[in-house]
Design a protein around this ligand. Structure first.
Ligand SMILES: C[S@@+](CC[C@H](N)C(=O)[O-])C[C@H]1O[C@@H](n2cnc3c(N)ncnc32)[C@H](O)[C@@H]1O
Length: 275
């Protein structure tokens, strides 16, 4: 699989939906944006800023903290962390189009002094060793084919005593062939494994104090509600952001909801420490 494949995942198409969503709030293309206004549009995770706030509390982030956000998308989690804790975040995003939108949102929210946007692959992007107090990542590692190599990088990038905080999809039961095909094609889920394998990969990379929390009981109903509410809101969403944007988002949400429904897909949070 190559980058072109990830760009066709229906969650990552029609990215002008962000600008259209801002326009619906009365915010023009070059207008300043309050960070709180952006937070309603820029999160691609479960529970939006509530999930990011929980990480900030767990990791005890403050103005002196240096954080790496892997797979930063439109930059929403990175901006939330910087805005609410004063920490400095390096926000690393693979897809140039998403990265450019993130750069624009970060500038217009006035957070560019605390959020450094980088465009590159988490497996290869040059970054300084032992430079981060925390590496955080929401719903990204499923896309990255070589998790052992990625976690070895996390270990090198963290200072001793630093922590990795990850939320991601996981596998609860083997995927049926069609489900696996949907997971690859519509989600670009190239490394979705059991929680045990997830823990083992952290352990093999040298992490200790590994705490994994199964989030499936929360995320599975979240995904069903998200789909139902999205469908209920079809007319307004399509009017504001376009029929194509509606169709692609709906496809993504429906595939995910279906995978939870059959019991194969799950969610996991892992907190792990570099000794
Ligand atoms: C579901 S989005 C989540 C974005 C963000 N974490 C959030 O919660 O809003 C996953 C992001 O990871 C990015 N990504 C995937 N593989 C990556 C890699 N190897 N390096 C950096 N980013 C990557 C994708 O392009 C996508 O923007």
């Amino acid at each position: 699989m190559n980058d072109a494949a990830i760009e066709s995942v229906p969650l990552y198409t029609h990215n002008d939906r962000i600008a259209k969503g801002l326009a619906a709030l009365g915010i023009g293309p070059d207008d300043p944006i309050k960070p709180e206004q952006a937070f309603t549009l820029d999160q691609m995770n479960y529970h939006g800023t509530d999930a990011i706030k929980a990480a900030a509390v767990t990791l005890k982030l403050g103005p002196a903290s240096r954080v790496l956000d892997v797979g930063s998308g439109f930059g929403g989690p990175a901006r939330y962390l910087a805005h609410t804790t004063g920490c400095h975040v390096t926000a690393l995003e693979l897809q140039p189009e998403l990265h450019q939108i993130a750069v624009d949102l970060t500038r217009r929210t006035g957070l560019a002094d605390r959020v450094t946007q980088r465009c590159g692959d988490a497996l290869t992007q040059p970054l300084p060793d032992a430079a981060f107090d925390a590496v955080v990542s929401w719903l990204t590692i499923l896309h990255i084919p070589d998790r052992p190599r990625l976690f070895a990088r996390f270990a090198r990038l963290l200072r001793p005593g630093g922590a990795a905080y990850v939320e991601d999809l996981c596998m609860r039961a083997p995927f049926a062939p069609q489900d696996l095909s949907d997971l690859r094609e519509f989600v670009y889920g190239v490394s979705v494994t059991s929680i045990e394998d997830y823990i083992e990969d952290f352990r093999a990379a040298g992490f200790t104090e590994i705490v994994a929390t199964d989030l499936t009981g929360d995320w599975a109903p979240f995904a069903q509600t998200r789909l139902a509410e999205f469908r209920d809101n079809r007319a307004a969403y399509a009017r504001e952001r376009g029929e194509g944007a509606y169709a692609d988002q709906e496809k993504f949400f429906a595939v995910i909801a279906g995978l939870y429904n059959v019991g194969s897909l799950g969610g996991v949070r892992v907190l792990a420490r570099k000794p």
